[in-house]
Design a protein around this ligand. Structure first.
Ligand code: NAI
Ligand code: MG
Length: 333
C-alpha cells in the first residue's frame, strides 16, 4: 500500500525560528515518512518585505495543510501566531513539561502538562485608550471555551494515565471572569469522577511549581496564566530550548516551540533544536505515525545522554550538528 504524503505548512518566522525549524525538518525527513513541505512566510521579516506579517497566502496554506510547523515571530508575534490560532480555531494549547533524562536541571523528575486555553482571555487584544494616560484591556472568558478546554484536559488526563487535574485561576480578584472559568471547569469535572480535581490560585502555583512541581499533573488554565506558567515550568526542566507545544482544534493542528525568536542568540546557530524537534514528534503522533515519533524521541534522549548538545545544556554543538547527531542515532537503531 502506498504511504500517505502529509501536507505540512512550514512557517519558520524570525530569529532562531528558521534555525530550529530547519533542524527539525532534517530530522523529520530522516524518519522516511512522506511529507510535502510548503514553506511559507510570516513575521517581522515578512512584514518589512511585504507589508503584512501574516500574508493571506500563508494563511491559505495553513488552512489547507494536514498540520502546520511554526518557528517563532518577533514583534509581530501577536499578528502572526495569535491570528493563526484564531483562524485555525485551535482552542487548545497543549504544553508537556517533561524533564528529559540526563538534562542538567532543577527538577529532573518533572512530568506535568499545561493545558492552556488558546482563544480568549486578555489575548483577544481588545485594548482601548479611554483618555490620554488611561487604557483598558478586556479579558474575555466564555463558558463555552472554558468547558471545551476543561473537557480536553480531563480527557487528556484519562488517556495518558494522569490522575489529577488542577484548575489554576485568580477568582479571588477576577470574580466574574475567573468565577465563570472555575464554575465551567467544575461542571466538567463532575463527569470524570475517577480523576482527582483541585483548584489553586495562580500566584501560589508559581511558588509551588518552583518548590514542589510533583504536586501537579495536568494544569488547566486561561490563556495568559498558561503562557506565563509554561515559561516558568520550562525553567524547571532545563530551559525553553526543550519545550514543544501543540495547538489543537477540531480541524487543524499547529506545532511550535514554546520559546520565541531569542534575539540574544539568533544568527549564531547555537539555539537548542530540541523543542522544535519534539514539535516534529508531537506532529507525527497527531498524524498517527507513532513509531516515527518514538524513533525521534529515543534518538534525542540518546543524543542528550551522550552530552551532544548545544551550549544551553553545557554542550558545544551547533543547532544543525545536534540535529545531525539525532539523525545518526535514529539510523544507528
Ligand atoms: P524567547 O523565548 O525568545 O527567549 C527567552 C530566553 O530563552 C532567551 O534568553 C533565549 O536565548 C532563551 N531561549 C529561547 N529559545 C531557546 C533555544 N531554542 N535554545 C537556547 N535558548 C533559548 O523570549 P523573549 O526573549 O522574551 O522574546 C523574544 C521575541 O520572541 C519577542 O519579540 C517576542 O514577541 C517573541 N515571542 C514569540 C513567540 C511566538 O512566536 N510564539 C513566543 C514568545 C516570544
Ligand atoms: Mg510564551
Amino acid at each position: 500500500m502506498k504511504r500517505k504524503t502529509y501536507r505540512i505548512a512550514v512557517i519558520p518566522g524570525d530569529g532562531i525560528g528558521p534555525e530550529v525549524i530547519e533542524a527539525a525538518l532534517e530530522v523529520l525527513e530522516a524518519t522516511g515518512v512522506n511529507f510535502s513541505f510548503q514553506h511559507c512566510e510570516a513575521g517581522d521579516g515578512c512584514f518589512a518585505k511585504h507589508g503584512a506579517a501574516l500574508p493571506e497566502e500563508t494563511l491559505k496554506h495553513a488552512l489547507e495543510s494536514d498540520a502546520v510547523l511554526f518557528g517563532a515571530a518577533g514583534d509581530t508575534a501577536a499578528d502572526v501566531i495569535l491570528r493563526l490560532r484564531r483562524e485555525l480555531n485551535t482552542f487548545v494549547n497543549l504544553r508537556p513539561v517533561w524533564a528529559l533524562p540526563d538534562v542538567p536541571c532543577l527538577y529532573p523528575k518533572t512530568k506535568l502538562v499545561i493545558v492552556r486555553e488558546n482563544t480568549e482571555c486578555l489575548y483577544r487584544g481588545i485594548e482601548s485608550e479611554i483618555t490620554p494616560g488611561v487604557v483598558t484591556a478586556t479579558r474575555v472568558i466564555t463558558q463555552k471555551a472554558s468547558e471545551c478546554i476543561a473537557r480536553f484536559a480531563f480527557e487528556y488526563a484519562q488517556a495518558n494515565e494522569f490522575h489529577k487535574v488542577t484548575a489554576v485561576h485568580k477568582a479571588n480578584v477576577l470574580k466574574k471572569s475567573d468565577g465563570l472559568f472555575l464554575s465551567s471547569v467544575r461542571a466538567v469535572a463532575k463527569n470524570f469522577p475517577k480523576i482527582i480535581y483541585d483548584e489553586a490560585l495562580v500566584d501560589a502555583v508559581a511558588m509551588h511549581l518552583v518548590m514542589q512541581p510533583e504536586r501537579f499533573q495536568v494544569i488547566v488554565t486561561t490563556n495568559l496564566f498558561g503562557d506565563i506558567l509554561s515559561d516558568l515550568a520550562a525553567g524547571l526542566i532545563g530551559g525553553l530550548g526543550l519545550c514543544p507545544s501543540a495547538n489543537l482544534g477540531e480541524h487543524h493542528a499547529l506545532f511550535e516551540p514554546v520559546h520565541g525568536t531569542a534575539p540574544d542568540i539568533a544568527g549564531e546557530n547555537i539555539a537548542n533544536p530540541t523543542a522544535a524537534i519534539l514539535c516534529g514528534a508531537m506532529m507525527l503522533r497527531h498524524l498517527g505515525e507513532m513509531a516515527s515519533a518514538q524513533q525521534i524521541e529515543s534518538a534525542l534522549e540518546e543524543t542528550i545522554a551522550m552530552g551532544q548538545t548545544t551550549p544551553d545544556l553545557r554542550g558545544t554543538l551547533s543547532t544543525m550538528k545536534m540535529a545531525q547527531t539525532v539523525i545518526e542515532q535514529m539510523k544507528a537503531r
